[in-house]
Write a protein that binds this ligand. Structure first.
Ligand SMILES: *[C@@H]1O[C@H](CO)[C@@H](O)[C@H](O)[C@H]1NC(C)=O
Ligand SMILES: *[C@@H]1O[C@H](CO)[C@@H](O)[C@H](O)[C@H]1NC(C)=O
Ligand SMILES: *[C@@H]1O[C@H](CO)[C@@H](O)[C@H](O)[C@H]1NC(C)=O
Ligand SMILES: *[C@@H]1O[C@H](CO)[C@@H](O)[C@H](O)[C@H]1NC(C)=O
Ligand SMILES: *[C@@H]1O[C@H](CO)[C@@H](O)[C@H](O)[C@H]1NC(C)=O
Length: 497
């Protein structure tokens, strides 16, 4: 299969230093009763099939599989968008991109970020007395007041955007391969082959750049150290904590300092998956050691695997999207096909979340915000609509059902960013655009009526597409409502959600 080269979207610019105003992180509140701690780990570009507990062909996630056996595994859990920034913005606001203003990715050159009138999960918890930390990738604006330290995080250690969005001297495995940072101020960009910007990727600790370009080879170990230190210090402070870990894995470039010495010469993706699994294991071990039974650990992903990266991308498991691959498309990252949108998800909270349970509830990254706010005993910010729901009844094994209706926004595959082109209603799914992905926008055919897909159509071994395309009356009614008010998506969302 031919693998198209990544088109570089970013244009090189010189890095402009930015002065941040001083900020006071001191806290004047007081916690009365013991509130739970939260650790939210978000993998990057991880496939549903990369989790061994989901997909028996994968054998690289021993720690995550153990967590699944010690907690709840969700098999119909969705990203809030199928690309990075919108997915993260939705996690931190509980709102879709159309509402929170982040329908597409931020670039190295972006001067804005997650709109400042949005309230982040970290801000809500900070006000409720929590110590808050972010380790890893932010990607919601890095200049001035968009920096994580001004969006509710007391502590920040990580990179401001994806690690292929700046040059490094340790480029790792990417497709196409990335050159090292230019020497002597001479730009090294080759427009044919370049895969990133010449701005050296910075590593931040709070407001300071502590390394530039970051050494990607040592990053995993640094994340593990900083995460365990944060948990240690926060526990010792006697205050509850929120730790949000935005992993660099499984996004390219994949690290080269992996256990490649392993017998059998493991392929880079598999080695990187093991490295990620080990990092998650270290964080979980630290939680178990310092704050077991009072810490809710939530593991999920921001979107599915990045098909254009070929053998350096993950596994969609059974969601091979037979229908759209037959049309020459791909079912992965950026699309709202299951492979791009359905993500691994695990909930672990000894003594609260039942052990070794598989949940088929239709849930979403959007639900993290309302759920965590409710469990922390805090209140949702006023004067706005949330697209997520409080899933705690499902988590505690007292309910089976999640969303009845869940919208999937377009995330760059074709059409307008953020537009609600796909809707899940129970077991069905409707698409407005049917010729999807890798198809230049002007070639994408817009159907007058949506294509309806029982989910089976996205799974291997699917049978006859035409037969499956038969419209279900109930779904069609929902769809008409959606298309009728497409220009006012907010109204549509409220009417259906
Ligand atoms: C980062 O900021 C937090 C909150 O003010 C502070 O406790 C911590 O010491 C800072 N860490 C570094 C390395 O500056
Ligand atoms: C933030 O401001 C934008 C632009 O004025 C507005 O559309 C949006 O609803 C505001 N968001 C909130 C949460 O108030
Ligand atoms: C990057 O870190 C690795 C592992 O910590 C180390 O072996 C290597 O020398 C470092 N590379 C550079 C360019 O600093
Ligand atoms: C956690 O809860 C379980 C069951 O209630 C109990 O057996 C165990 O001792 C608790 N562990 C800690 C570290 O508190
Ligand atoms: C988890 O459940 C499965 C099937 O229900 C069972 O085969 C397995 O032994 C259980 N694992 C643990 C660790 O309890």
């Amino acid at each position: 299969m031919a693998c198209p080269f990544l088109k570089v979207l970013l244009v090189g610019v010189s890095f402009l230093g930015c002065l941040y105003p001083l900020v006071d992180f001191s806290f004047s509140g007081e916690t009365r009763e013991q509130k739970p701690n939260f650790v939210i780990i978000l993998a990057d570009d991880m496939g549903w099939g990369d989790l061994g507990a989901n997909w028996a062909e994968t054998k690289d996630t021993a720690n995550l599989d153990k967590m699944a056996a010690e907690g709840m595994r969700f098999v119909d859990f969705h990203a809030a968008a199928s690309t990075c920034s919108p997915s993260r913005a939705a996690l931190l606001t509980g709102r879709l991109g159309l509402r929170n203003g982040v329908p597409h990715n931020f670039a190295v050159t972006s001067v804005g970020g997650l709109p400042l009138n949005e309230t982040t999960l970290a801000e809500v918890l900070q006000r409720a007395g929590y110590v808050t930390g972010l380790i890893g990738k932010w990607h919601l604006g890095h200049h001035g007041s968009y920096h994580p330290n001004f969006r509710g995080f007391d502590y920040y250690f990580g990179i401001p955007y994806s690690h292929d969005m700046g040059c490094t001297d340790t480029p790792g495995y990417n497709h196409p391969p990335c050159p090292a940072c230019p020497r002597g101020g001479r730009p090294s960009r080759n427009p044919e082959k370049d895969c990133h910007s010449d701005v050296a990727l910075p590593l931040y600790e709070n407001l300071s750049i502590v390394e530039q370009p970051v050494n990607l080879s040592g990053l995993t170990q640094k994340y593990a150290e900083k995460a365990t230190q944060f948990i240690q210090r926060a526990s010792a402070s006697g205050r509850p904590f929120l730790l949000y870990v935005g992993l660099a894995h499984m996004h390219v470039p994949l690290s080269r300092t992996l256990p490649s010495a392993e017998p059998g010469g493991r392929r880079p993706y598999s080695a990187a998956l093991r490295e990620m699994d080990s990092l998650v294991g270290q964080i979980k071990d630290k939680v178990d050691l310092t704050a077991k039974n009072n810490t809710f650990l939530w593991f999920t992903g921001d979107n599915g695997p990045w098909a254009q990266k070929c053998e350096l991308a993950g596994s969609v498991g059974p969601f091979t999207g037979s229908w759209q691959t037959r049309q020459g498309g791909s079912p992965a990252k950026q699309t709202t096909w299951e492979g791009g949108h359905r993500v691994p998800a695990l909930a672990y909270w000894p003594s609260r979340v039942p052990v070794n349970v598989t949940s088929t509830a239709l849930l979403s990254v959007l639900d993290i915000f309302p759920t965590v706010v409710a469990l922390a005993g805090a209140s949702l910010p006023q004067g706005r609509h949330f697209d997520g729901l409080d899933a705690s009844e499902v988590l505690f094994g007292r309910a089976q059902a999640g969303h009845r209706v869940l919208f999937h926004p377009n995330s760059g595959a074709a059409g307008e960013d953020g537009a609600l082109q796909t809707v899940r209603v129970e077991r069905y799914k409707a698409f407005f655009i049917t010729d999807l992905l890798d198809c230049p926008m002007d070639l994408c055919k817009r159907d007058a009526r949506p294509a309806l897909h029982p989910l089976a159509n996205e799974i291997q071994l699917t049978q006859n597409h035409d037969q499956e395309k038969t419209m279900q009356p109930k779904i069609y009614a929902q769809w008409l409502l959606l298309s009728a008010s497409r220009r006012d998506s907010q109204l549509t969302l409220q009417a259906l959600a």
